[in-house]
Design a protein around this ligand. Structure first.
Ligand code: F3S
Length: 651
């Protein structure tokens, strides 16, 4: 840390001169009185007291004694009184203030004097007391304007404007512009003392560079208070009267290269400034020694890491673009999002959580800024590459998430590693879109790996094919007649439909689609329909499976056999006519054949001359072949049954 004292600080010329004159008078007279404190600084006034320099509250108190008029000056009347009643009157009024007294006293009787300043300040009171014409104290332009607006002052009459020596120059310039614009008869005398403005300017310049400013001066000194106010705009500022108020606390937390500035008000003696400087110097040295000890202990407790080190780090913070990690070093670690993962769609929170302990590789150590940059994906990639190589060796299928569709294929992230899947190996048809795979989890086989170049090529198709082959093998191992499947109609042919039952497509012949008569499969199913099928037979060699969609519980033959028997006379409906006979439906799903020879007792040559489709006929069941699900019907038998009766009747 560096201590700098502002160029212009401490006693101004006027104060220094006043003290010198007073000390000389004290030496000459043994003791001397000052009309009010020489300066607003208790430390200084205490030490002056020890030299026989006392403070008089008024002229009477110093009657008959030597009296010093301090740098602020007094009214003409007070000065005349002092000269009359005191044994000696030493005028230590600052020459700059004296100059204002002269300007004011020279204004003619009919004119007016405006004093810009603080009406309670002794300097202003003294100035006002030197005017031989009307005098007004204004604190700002509004006060001046009010004098003219109220008619107290006339726009047509001359007036002189003087300014308290310590008045703020910025405000004065602002007001003087307005005064010149509106009140042309006002003559402005710039009586601001440059000692004040220069001290303020110097203090401000130093405060801008410093991390801490120490402003030294009496607590009642307005110019010291003003300095503290200016410095506080730029850095931490403390206002002390002397070195006794300084403490180690002031430098706690300051950087080792900090500047500590010291400035002092006009009433602060040089020895006080020197004492403050020396004390601060000691504080800094003590603090640096303590910090050195602490720093070396701290340094020893920290481990060092270097670029390319693989380290364990604990996640202590997560934000949008990076993870903040702690790795037992004095620096803070950062892992940018693109070094966390290869997945461009992932967020920081997708990859790590606070408290996670992760492996990472140091990519950069920035000691000057106390930060370390790391990469998690490099570790993941290296580990991932090992796992992928092992998987290829073992011919295992890997799983990953498609992170992007790129030219010629897609990128899959697995084990923190990028795997390229060529378009031809994605399983997406030429007409399909690779983008549809993005963000999907896929299984793939590794078909090429180059660990040096970090390049891995995979195939989703190959993995799919292996899955299908495995499913097929399992299917043929476990298939049984009567096994039930939920399948999907893949294609429709004249002779039946092919149904996807998982590993293979099985055939359901038309006659096996339903218990009822069907002229074409498309009359009852469509491609994509989901249907329940039962395995009727299968041939593992030829990879063929015959299926039936008929529900055994709904088998109409079961019902028929239970309800009907040979010799039963029933009604049936002709449903088709062939050359050898007519088929007639007994119940839905069970048709019987009326052979051409069983239609009539007479010879029938053309069935259509005797029967028509839709015709209901009375028939006798003459045979039931339960094995072949065949029923023979006869109309002729009914006719023959009736014949003997007729013959008997004839007899
Ligand atoms: Fe004189 Fe300026 Fe000091 S007016 S007393 S030198 S501040």
């Amino acid at each position: 840390m560096l201590i700098e004292i502002a160029d212009k600080s401490g006693f101004c010329f006027g104060v220094e001169r006043a003290i010198e004159l007073t000390e000389q008078a004290a030496e000459k007279h043994g003791e001397v009185y000052t009309l009010g404190p020489l300066i607003h600084n208790e430390t200084v006034t205490d030490s002056l007291e020890k030299k026989g320099i006392h403070i008089a509250a008024d002229i009477e108190q110093a009657a008959g004694k030597p009296l010093v008029i301090r740098s602020h000056g007094v009214t003409r009347k007070v000065q005349e009184q002092a000269e009359a009643v005191c044994s000696d009157c030493i005028d230590a009024t600052c020459p700059f203030v004296k100059k204002i007294h002269k300007i004011v006293s020279e204004q003619p009787e009919g004119a007016a004097v405006i004093i810009l300043g603080d009406e309670k300040h002794p300097e202003v009171i003294g100035i006002k007391g030197h005017a031989r014409c009307r005098a007004f104290v204004c604190k700002d332009f509004a006060d001046i304007k009010a004098l003219f607006d109220s008619g107290t002052l006339s726009l047509d009459k001359d007036a002189a404007l003087v300014i308290q020596t310590t008045f703020d120059r910025g405000r004065f310039l602002e007001y003087s512009q307005e005064i010149r614009k509106h009140y042309s008869r006002v003559t402005i005398y710039d009586t601001i003392c440059s000692a004040t403005s220069e001290r303020q300017k110097n203090a401000e310049e130093l405060a801008k560079r410093a991390e801490l400013m120490i402003v030294v001066g009496g607590k009642h000194s307005s110019n010291t208070g003003k300095l503290a106010e200016i410095c506080a705009r730029h850095c931490t500022t403390v206002f002390v009267e002397n070195a006794a108020e300084l403490s180690k606390r002031l430098v706690k937390g300051l950087r080792s290269d900090s500047i500590i500035g010291i400035t002092a008000g006009a009433s602060t003696p040089a020895y006080t400034i020197r004492e403050v400087h020396r004390t601060m110097d000691e504080i800094i040295k003590t603090n640096e020694n303590e910090e050195l000890d602490f720093a070396s202990m701290l340094e020893q407790s920290f481990r060092r890491v270097y670029t390319n080190n693989r380290v364990k780090a604990t996640v202590v913070g997560i934000n949008k673009n990076e993870a903040v990690v702690e790795l037992g070093t004095k620096q803070t670690g950062y892992i940018p999002l693109d070094e966390l993962t290869n997945d461009p769609n992932a967020t920081v929170a997708d990859v790590v959580s606070i408290g996670d302990e992760i492996d990472a590789i140091v990519t950069k150590v920035d000691d000057s800024n106390g930060v370390i940059f790391l990469s998690k994906k490099k570790v993941d990639s290296a580990l991932g590459m090992e796992k992928i190589a092992a998987s290829k060796e073992a011919n295992e299928t890997l799983e990953g998430v498609v992170s992007a569709a790129v030219k010629g294929g897609v990128i899959v992230i697995t084990n923190g590693t990028r795997v390229f899947i060529p378009a031809s190996q994605t399983g997406v048809p030429r007409s399909g879109k690779l983008e549809d795979l993005v963000k999907k989890t896929v299984q793939f086989k590794v078909i090429e790996i180059n660990e040096q170049r970090g390049r891995v090529v995979g195939s989703i198709r190959q993995a799919n094919r292996e899955v299908r082959d495995a499913e097929k093998a399992k299917f043929w191992e476990s298939i049984e007649v009567g096994q039930k499947f939920e399948g999907e109609v893949r294609s429709i042919e004249d002779y039946g439909v092919f149904v996807d039952i998982g590993a293979v497509d099985g055939l359901v012949r038309t006659s096996e689609l339903t218990w009822n008569r069907v002229s074409h499969p498309k009359d009852i199913v469509s491609i994509g329909d989901k249907i329940t099928v039962i395995v009727k037979s299968y041939d593992p060699e030829k990879k063929r499976v015959s299926l039936s969609a008929k529900d055994p519980d709904e088998n109409p033959w079961t019902k028929f056999v239970a309800d009907y028997a040979v010799d039963d006379v029933i009604k049936a409906t002709v449903v088709s006519i062939t050359e050898f006979g007519a088929f007639a439906q007994i119940i839905p799903g069970v048709d019987g054949l009326i052979h051409i020879s069983q239609i009539s007792t007479e010879r029938v040559t053309n069935i259509a001359n005797v029967l028509a489709v839709g015709q209901e006929v009375d028939v006798k069941i003459i045979d039931i072949d339960a094995d072949k699900n065949r029923v023979s019907l006869s109309m002729k038998a009914l006719m023959e049954d009736a014949a003997p009766a007729e013959e008997t009747d004839a007899e």
